[in-house]
Design a protein around this ligand. Structure first.
Ligand code: AHR
Length: 502
């Protein structure tokens, strides 16, 4: 099977915003407790943060980490997580039916951000709470001393404001599962007023308003239109979420989901444009895809806890999806989609980072290991920075229920800022045929392959485990070459690969 691709130096989509390689960390399951934080662990620092976990997180070079939820935030009192630890209350978390000790709060999270070299993107509770809590929290985090909240922060050990720029106005407010769910009009009014108050404090904050929880919501995409009608001029980003699943074990359909993701983004881009035109606005609103990943492997095992049959456990094993090789392809396809939508998707957060639907797993008192999906995220984050290329792709296709005709070859191209290297990320969706691919490199000086990493495995269900942590990992590719301005490469059946030429 053969495919042809043309990359031209002058045909570009947009500069990729590095923030599409951000992550999400929620007070959920073992993400925090025995995830990033485990006092007494052999690698723990003086504050109790696991050094082994910090190291593998840091390697991902996530520009931002969204915190503290998620559904958790919609009944969270941020004040519970400040002040002396011994005085912090244990609360029942209504979102995940667990106990929250509040050992980790905003101060500790900010310290951890420094350790892993990332920046915070903080979510506000617009579910059980509202404007007052939101403005107080923002002032606590960013306000000067000499006034109540800044002075309280100083008393709690931090005089300097943290100067957090990115704020989410609630989470998934359209969802019936959300504490404090609202109609689009209710949420639009509230978030518009919260945005006004926050801007009265600091005009330059970047604000994210909630879009639909996923494209299957009955209110999608009217929700986005109504919410933006209320908030367009006061917000910078519209938040979208999407999780992929393959419950039916139908790989062909599963791998077509990235096409629906692409259409989802396209539809919302159109809604944004309609509202912009209605308002005769000069302001731009971009997409913040602040939750995306594969999530379904753990659904069955989570039921007892989520239905309250196990009381209110502390840091139980929740949403611990164990990712297989097939999920490598899905994560690669999702990242390729964000690169190709670089003109409108400016922030994206893989949900989540540690233990909870995460590329990184830990064992209490034991090791950390990388799931299969760690690898496409790592390599795309490291090398998918620069300008997205508008590739012309001619690939054989197949028919799907999910998205109609889908190409076997999925490919994204990125030129680095120095103009020296072009990086391609490619997925072969075909189960048993390799794709012989010729990439015509037009207007580039690229002369040779400088790096080539391939992920493939005969068993789609193969996983990495604590005992066998490196079963699924990239391996150096072979046989690719640049000849006469054409990159020749072969994509094995069901494979993900990164190839860099320069
Ligand atoms: O990431 C897990 C959950 O998925 C988040 O808490 C919520 O926002 C979404 O439904």
């Amino acid at each position: 099977m053969a495919a042809r691709v043309t990359a031209h130096r002058d045909y570009t989509i947009a500069k990729i915003d590095d923030r599409i390689y951000s992550g999400f960390l929620e007070h959920l399951g073992r993400a925090i407790y025995s995830g990033i934080y485990e006092p007494g662990h052999p690698t723990a620092d003086a504050q109790g943060f696991r050094g082994d976990v910090a190291e593998v997180v840091k390697a991902l070079q996530m520009p931002f980490v969204r915190y503290p939820g998620g559904n958790f935030v919609s009944s969270y009192n941020w004040e519970d997580g400040i002040g002396p630890r011994e005085d912090r209350p244990t609360r029942l978390d209504l979102a995940w039916h667990t106990s929250e000790s509040n050992e980790i709060g905003i101060h500790e999270f900010m310290d951890w951000c420094e350790i892993v070299d990332t920046k915070p993107m903080l979510a506000l509770n617009l579910g059980s709470r509202g404007l007052d809590e939101a403005r107080n929290f923002v002032e606590y985090v960013n306000g000067p001393t000499g006034a109540y909240w800044g002075d309280l922060r100083k008393k709690n050990g931090r005089a300097e404001p943290w100067n957090c720029r990115l704020w989410c106005l609630g989470n998934e407010m359209d969802g019936p599962w959300q504490i404090g769910q609202k109609t689009a009009h209710e949420y639009g009014r509230l978030s518009g007023e919260v945005a006004k108050a926050l801007r009265a404090f600091d005009k330059s904050l970047e604000l994210v308003v909630c879009g639909s929880s996923n494209p299957k919501m009955p209110t999608y995409p009217e929700w986005e239109r109504i919410v933006l009608e209320h908030t367009y001029e006061s917000v910078d980003y519209l938040s979208l979420h999407m999780y992929s699943q393959n419950k039916a074990k139908n790989t062909a359909e599963y791998l077509a989901l990235s096409e629906t993701l692409d259409r989802y983004i396209g539809t919302i881009q159109s809604v944004i444009n309609v509202v912009k035109a209605n308002k005769r606005s000069k302001h731009d609103v971009a997409i913040c895809f602040d939750e995306w990943n594969v999530w379904y492997h753990s659904h069955e095992q989570d039921k007892a806890i989520l239905q309250g049959m196990e009381g209110w456990p502390k840091a139980p094993r929740l949403l611990e999806d164990i990712y297989n090789f097939e999920d490598v392809l899905q994560v690669g396809l999702t990242l390729n989609t964000f690169i190709r939508r670089a003109d409108v998707v400016k922030i994206a957060c893989i949900a989540q980072i540690v233990n909870v639907i995460a590329p990184i797993m830990t064992e209490p008192g034991g090791p950390v290991w990388r799931q299969t999906t760690y690898w496409p995220f790592l390599l795309t984050s490291l090398y998918g920075r620069g300008t997205a290329l508008r590739l012309a792709v001619a690939s054989p296709t197949y028919d799907t229920e999910t998205a109609g005709e889908v190409p076997y070859l999925d490919i994204a191209g990125v030129q680095d800022d120095a103009g020296r290297t072009i990086t391609f990320f490619a997925v072969n969706r075909h189960p048993d045929r390799a794709i012989t691919t010729a990439v015509s490199l037009e207007g580039f000086a690229a002369a040779k392959v400088v790096d080539h990493q391939v992920m493939t495995h005969p068993d789609l269900r193969a996983v990495n485990t604590m005992e066998q942590p490196d079963l699924i990992a990239p391996k150096p590719g072979t046989g690719a070459a640049v000849e006469g301005g054409i990159l020749h490469l072969t994509l094995p059946p069901y494979s993900w690969q990164m190839i860099r030429v320069g």
